[in-house]
Design a protein around this ligand. Sequence first.
Ligand code: NAP
Length: 351
Amino acid sequence: MTVAPSTMRAWTTRGLGIDDLAEETVPVPVPGPTDVLVRMSAVGLNYRDLLVVGGVDGWRPAAPVVPISDGAGVVVAVGDAVTAWRPGDRVSAAFLPRWRSGPLTRETYVAPVGGPVNRGMLAEYVLLDQDEAVRAPETLDDVHAAVLPAAGVTAWHALVRRSRVQAGETVLVHGTGGVALYAVQIALALGARVIVTSGSDEKLARLRELGDVLTINHRTADVAAEVLALTGGEGADHVVETVGGTNLNVSLASVRIGGTIAFIGLIAGRAAEINTYEFVTRNVTVHGIETGSHEMFAELAAFVDEHGIVPVLDSVHPVEDVREALRHLEHGAHFGKIAVTLPGSAVALSG
Ligand SMILES: NC(=O)c1ccc[n+]([C@@H]2O[C@H](COP(=O)([O-])OP(=O)(O)OC[C@H]3O[C@@H](n4cnc5c(N)ncnc54)[C@H](OP(=O)(O)O)[C@@H]3O)[C@@H](O)[C@H]2O)c1
């Protein structure tokens, strides 16, 4: 069994911006009876991490906290009462540790990993309660496993659990962010017809390399008109709304009567002027999507293994460059997930 050192590096944020991210040397935590100690291999960045590090609204930590919700690592020690895990297991943390299965409730919608109240994954070692850990897909290496959790589970929750996408149905996905790309990969594997929008022709070309997808540049084309043209005037059966704000009006104009919209995104703001009349005339179902449960993660991991889905990586950065990696995410030119490796990773760096 690997013996953990007595101290480690951890990074903390006060929500005062990327430059304020502090590297600290702290004791390696010692597992209590129900804990597992995980040596982190890599973490994956999400838009939400920028909200925590930037201290936006309710994401601002009240005290310094280790940020970043996604990661993967190897269990190196377990407490005496741990039965589900043993050293050598590869795990991630569930974004909402207490949401194991069933619908989200007030009791389970607490303490999301990676701030503002619960520590995240940006440390060389992380202590997880045995119930907080989830098993990473077997077919993915550490870096690809690290970028899957929050965005992958969110896309799974949206498409499979709520919108119940069937083979042959049409799914419209907005943008090429983390959630959007997982939605594209999952929808294709489900046998759906997929339409994707982006503001970049270059990103649209890369999307077409991912699989048989139809693409629309939302800067130069009328998205709803294009979707109607591609669907014989009916509209898409399902929309994955990863942008939010007034973009919901685009989704409402693009969805078929009786279709579904999975509402996920906050990128365009937390409030907007919406054409609510369309809710009625489209007879539409709008699902609010909050990440997902442990059970959904397990379903996604099995689906990833079964279908050979490989997360799209934009770039991989050593932890010493974590600030540059966050700025790269903030800049928005990325295509695919941005990973940051810790010393536990054996994967070569790129980008
Ligand atoms: N990641 C998660 O786990 C998670 C979970 C729950 C909710 N969410 C929410 O979902 C949203 C997306 O998160 P993310 O992590 O996927 O973000 P991300 O990786 O930063 O991607 C954002 C993408 O949105 C696209 N975009 C921006 N403005 C757009 C517009 N006006 N029209 C169309 N596309 C636009 C851009 O794609 P193009 O450059 O191709 O245009 C951009 O790459 C965020 O609001 C986040 O809070 C995320």
